[in-house]
Design a protein around this ligand. Sequence first.
Ligand code: GLN
Length: 445
Amino acid sequence: MTALGPDAVRRREAAPDGLNAFVSFADEADDTSSDGPLAGAWVAVKDNLATLELPTTCGSRILEGYVSPFEATAVRRLREAGGRVLGKTNMDEFGMGSSTESSAWGPSLNPHDRDRVPGGSSGGSAAAVAAGYVRMALGSDTGGSVRQPAAFCGVVGIKPTYGRVSRYGLVAYASSLDQVGTFGRTVDDAARLLDVVAGPDPRDATSVEAQPIQHRRVESLEGLTVGLPSEYWEGGVDAGVRLRLEAVREALREGGATVTAVSLPSTARAIPAYYVLAPAEASSNLSRYDGVRFGLRTDAPDLASMVRATRSDGFGVEVKRRIMLGAFALSAGYYDAYYGAAQRVRREISDDFRAVFDAGVDVLLTPTTPGPAFRLGEKLDDPLAMYLQDVFTVPPNLAGLPAMSVPAGTVDGLPVGAQLIGPWWQEATMIAVARVIEARIEGGP
Ligand code: GLN
């Protein structure tokens, strides 16, 4: 277990080459460590998971200084398992972004190259693990926010099946897509933290009474079918990333797996559908920040202008863009054309996945992202280019499937992630395959 505590990490982060991975630190002196599967381990927690002592700001000025009166179930479970919260990690504002650049507290930096983004929105968590500050971190994944930063930072990131982990105390972005996920330096680290936080919770009606994950270690992949969705492998993928993915494919073949091409024909429509559905849900979820109940208030002569002034001051440009997109998509006369159509695409995406899994595919292998970490500022003025970062990570969220990113080596010193997507509730298979990739590609933990 890593020896670094909040004081040591705070000192490192205060140095000129600090990563801005954290927005607050726990008080080391207050800590009472206990027994359990995480006994004594420091864990970093994304700043959209409610904690009792530390503020929960979601990277937004509108929640500056806000301290929740209750604790997220995932955080409580990690503490009850003996884990210790080291601090809260930086993130894109309310989870909206792929680089942490939309955080009101400034971007985090990628530890592999400080001119580049760590990915997002859980970029602080991924950077903290990659920098060796912690072995494990919690994040959340609505359209790729655990897997994409894991890929950019060269760590493991798991987004479990929708319903596997309670969302109680996870500040809502798009509730039908949001899921708490875990980061680890190794597959074992990420899986161990997932086991601790998973399980039904009476406080979240969408959490599901499912069989716990039945982990298994496999020596051989004999009898296992790995599907390669052609839509994810053809075109649009950086040549270096493709080479790394081909190496993973060969490693799985050598490990005994049957590798077969499959088709998920609706894939191209996932991004347009996601960028209707997620903003639609966000526009409703974020209506609660009105200057009355939480965080920031900008005073004004009457209630309506106070709300307007607070929201104008408190939200950043990307959040405002999403609220407007979402409100438009839900408005009378456009509801069927946008929201209804997007819901139908969502069903088709889900049906595509179901068909390949029903046909005998055990797990899908894809790149996690089209390219390695991009430069700070590179995509800031081009929201569509930023949204296209999510092209491979969004479909599993739309379908509610478990998916993870596992390191697949580097291109010019920058990490590349391989994404595994499994059938609903089959995290165990996906994680077992990830261990094989880890052992064969990275040389093991
Ligand atoms: N980048 C995606 C978005 O901006 C996904 C973010 C996430 O998973 N929270 O919506």
